[in-house]
Design a binder for this molecule. Structure first.
Ligand code: HDE
Length: 729
């Protein structure tokens, strides 16, 4: 029977219909004898069977053979993309019925809690690569509904690089490590990626997202999710409407700084995985609201862009996002391989009430997922792996194949049949049998692209213009970094040409960083993907001025900033620390839901000035500022004297300042701040307003300090600080 970690409080990780269904497949060895795979009890698992103590090992040792053979076969191929991922169980609860637009049961019934399993991922890196790569994040949700599994296999960015599935293998070959030397790992900053991108102007909008801070999230719990394609909802009258899916995180959308991301990759490459795991273990369950943008079928052609084009969003100003329900992730997997690795998502897993559109990227995906899972999971029966099974019974005439688990009784495995009552029976649409939407199609077979897909820049501009100044600066820095790693100057120059079509200032600044010249006026856009017999002019991008100039939802600056729940706060202290200060601030932060850790020159408890003992969580050797959201230095004469002379403590503060984090210190700890590079940038006063603007809190009243510090941490980052770039940490 399944039993969670001993550290988990009973009942904090709730069960649901799906997790209960996994229990029959779950083994717990606590208190049990060791056996072979075939159930024979093992007496000695330490020594192989030999002819004499120094003798040769005997082939008859079935216990050794079984153990080593199983080990030799432990690995399966990693996913060709999205290899690095982290999963969690949870539930989805609907706020209001969507019965007028879809007959999907889980979007009609507000009483049901639908079990879900979610897998977040990076795209380019291998299974063991860092979480903090600059990359798109996968956001795949399997809903175990009463009508079968619905998979919403999305990303944390609402658009994609390419418009046609035909180019996907090229895109992935370009971004993966280069084939001769397998360098670089989990990074797009190399020649082949930018070579391809610079020749594919349709990728420009996605490149804006990828170069923005969305590509380096603070936490998987603090990113949005998008279904990307336009899907269809179908109601019980058979009427269709278009729908785009969104996930909105209740903790807001937050990112780290690029310098920080690179440091985290060394200090804790599992940073996101650990963060998700620890939040769920501690009961700080991550939550997202599911949003939908619904477009009546009659409005299909009312937009400046094509709804089928996956390089376009529907701006929220044009079609608002209705929040229709909430997903809560409340249970960690019992076994990474069995659940997170073996889960098989497929954009083609839909239920009655949801259907596809002709988005050519979506259409190609419909083929790819089962195909890749056949090789990755070793045969056609991967739907029987416990994590992939629906919570409803499965009956059909599919049979046999590698690793078949189900014992199908009876003589018939075909239909129609008369020997088996013609079972299993087909189901009428009215009783829930799936029927495809009867879209009218009357067309020639062509390898081509609709002219309505030819605007590649208007939404790239919309995205760039919607960013706050710090976000724009980060985007410029990211492009300068990535293209700076490209060795071929002609590729860099080609990208400057493309950027000049988005924003001349952007192009000029990136060109400056690369020591290149921006074209005098925006270059005529060029599409290089022209079929052999195509006329180049027929395939050239169109320059369209979008009517909408900015869209607030595209910037992270206006995101939710009202909580410090689950944020990690460091307290730097040494022997002689002021017990009242440390305890007051600590309990204030914990009361607001934060995770607080005391970091000291060495492990073992600290002895405070009043001789009380304070538990230490990490030493300066094992901790690093990049793993925390904010830092506090309490007073206490001996403690501050030790910290002032401790280079690691000063470095911790410098880095926190550089990465624009909230910093708090008792007045008594001033001498530690004076040892930092930012001592000359401390605010004049520490009123509520200054604290909210500058993110630095000082004072001699720990209760007031804690309050102001919490307000500052809620702001996440004080990006204005970056401007002078004077902190060399
Ligand atoms: Fe995927 N994608 N994809 N993709 N994708 C895979 O399926 C593919 C695309 C996405 O956590 C693969 O099981 C094609 C868009 C996620 O297990 C593969 C095209 C979006 C995951 C595949 C796309 C996604 C995958 C690799 C272009 C966002 C991870 C392993 C036509 C809407 C799911 C696997 C997980 C995984 C194919 C484009 C999301 C090869 C052909 C657009 C989140 O089948």
């Amino acid at each position: 029977m399944a039993k969670k970690d001993t550290q988990v409080q009973p009942g904090t990780q709730p069960e649901n219909e799906k997790t209960r269904s996994l229990e029959v497949h779950t083994a717990d060895a606590a208190g049990k004898p060791m056996t072979t795979d075939h159930g024979v009890k093992i007496n000695d698992d330490q020594h192989s069977l030999k002819a004499g103590e120094r003798g040769a090992t005997l082939l008859e040792d079935f216990i050794l053979r079984e153990k080593i053979t199983h080990f030799d076969h432990e690995r399966i191929p990693e996913r060709i993309v999205h290899a690095r991922g982290s999963g969690a169980h949870g539930v989805f609860k609907l706020y209001k019925s969507l019965g007028s637009v879809t007959k999907a049961g889980f979007l009609n019934d507000t009483e049901t809690e639908t079990p879900v399993f979610v897998r977040f991922s990076t795209v380019a890196g291998s299974r063991g690569s860092t979480d903090l790569a600059r990359d798109v994040r996968g956001f795949a949700v399997k809903f175990y509904t009463k009508q079968g599994n619905f998979d919403l296999v999305g990303n944390n960015m609402p658009v994609f690089f390419i418009q046609d599935a035909m180019k996907f293998p090229d895109l992935v070959h370009a971004v993966k490590p280069e084939p001769d030397n397998e360098i670089p790992q989990a990074a797009s900053a190399h020649d082949t990626f930018w070579d391809f991108i610079s020749l594919m102007p349709e990728s420009t909008h996605m490149i804006m997202w990828l170069m923005s801070d969305r590509a380096i999230p603070r936490s998987l719990r603090m990113m949005e999710g998008f279904g990307v394609h336009t899907f269809r909802f179908i109601n019980d009258k058979g009427e269709a409407s278009f729908v785009k899916f969104h996930w909105k995180p209740l903790l807001g959308v937050h990112s780290v700084a690029w310098d920080e991301a690179q440091n985290i990759s060394g200090k804790d490459p599992d940073f996101h995985r650990r963060d998700l795991w620890e939040a769920i273990e501690s009961g700080a369950f991550p939550e997202w609201e599911l949003g939908v943008q619904i477009v009546p079928e009659a409005d299909e052609f009312k937009f400046e862009f094509d709804l089928l084009d996956p390089t376009k969003i529907i701006p929220e100003e044009l079609v608002p996002v209705q929040r229709i329900g909430k997903m809560t992730l409340n249970r960690n997997p019992d076994n990474f391989f069995a659940e997170t690795e073996q889960v098989a998502f497929h954009v083609g897993h839909i239920v009655p009430g949801i259907d596809f559109t002709n988005d050519p990227l979506l259409q190609g995906r419909l083929f790819s997922y089962t195909d890749t899972q056949l090789i990755r999971l070793g045969g056609p029966n991967f739907h029987e792996i416990p994590i992939n099974r629906p919570v409803v019974p499965v009956h059909n005439n599919q049979r046999d194949g590698y690793m078949r688990q189900t014992i199908n009784s009876g003589k018939t495995s075909y239909g129609p049949n008369s020997l088996g009552n013609n079972d299993p029976q087909q189901v009428k649409a009215a009783d829930g049998g799936f029927t495809s939407y009867q879209e009218r199609i009357d067309a020639k077979k062509v390898r081509s692209r609709s002219k309505s897909f030819f605007d590649h820049f208007s939404q790239a501009k919309l995205f760039f213009n919607s960013q706050s100044d710090p976000e724009k600066n980060h985007l410029i820095d990211a492009l300068s970094f990535e293209l700076g790693k490209v060795k071929t100057v002609a590729i860099r120059q080609r990208m400057i040409g493309i950027l000049s079509l988005v924003d001349e200032g952007l192009a000029a600044q990136v060109a400056f960083a690369l020591g290149l010249k921006k074209p005098k006026k925006p270059e005529q856009p060029i599409n290089h993907s022209i079929p052999a017999d195509g006329k180049p002019l027929d395939f050239q991008p169109l320059m369209i001025e979008g009517k909408l100039k900015t869209s607030a939802a595209l910037s992270m600056s206006g995101t939710i900033k009202n909580t410090i729940k689950s944020r990690k706060i460091a307290i730097l202290a040494a022997d002689g620390v002021d017990a009242k200060s440390i305890k007051t601030v600590q309990s204030g932060l914990i009361g607001a839901g934060a995770v607080v850790q005391v970091i000291a020159p060495k492990l073992g408890p600290l002895v405070a000035a009043d001789s009380s003992e304070i538990a230490v969580d990490e030493s300066f050797l094992t901790a690093a500022s990049v793993l925390y959201d904010a830092v506090y230095v309490p007073g206490g004469t001996n403690s501050v004297a030790t910290l002032e002379a401790e280079a690691n403590a000063v470095h911790f503060l410098n880095e926190s300042f550089k990465h624009c984090k909230a910093i708090a210190a008792d007045d008594q700890a001033m001498q530690v701040l004076e040892a930092t590079y930012f001592s000359n940038k401390l605010p004049e006063d520490f009123s509520d307003e200054t604290v909210l603007k500058e993110g630095i809190v000082m004072g001699n009243d720990p209760a007031k300090l804690a309050k102001q510090f919490i307000q500052a941490i809620m702001q996440h980052r004080f990006w204005e600080r970056e401007k002078p770039r004077q902190v060399p940490a």
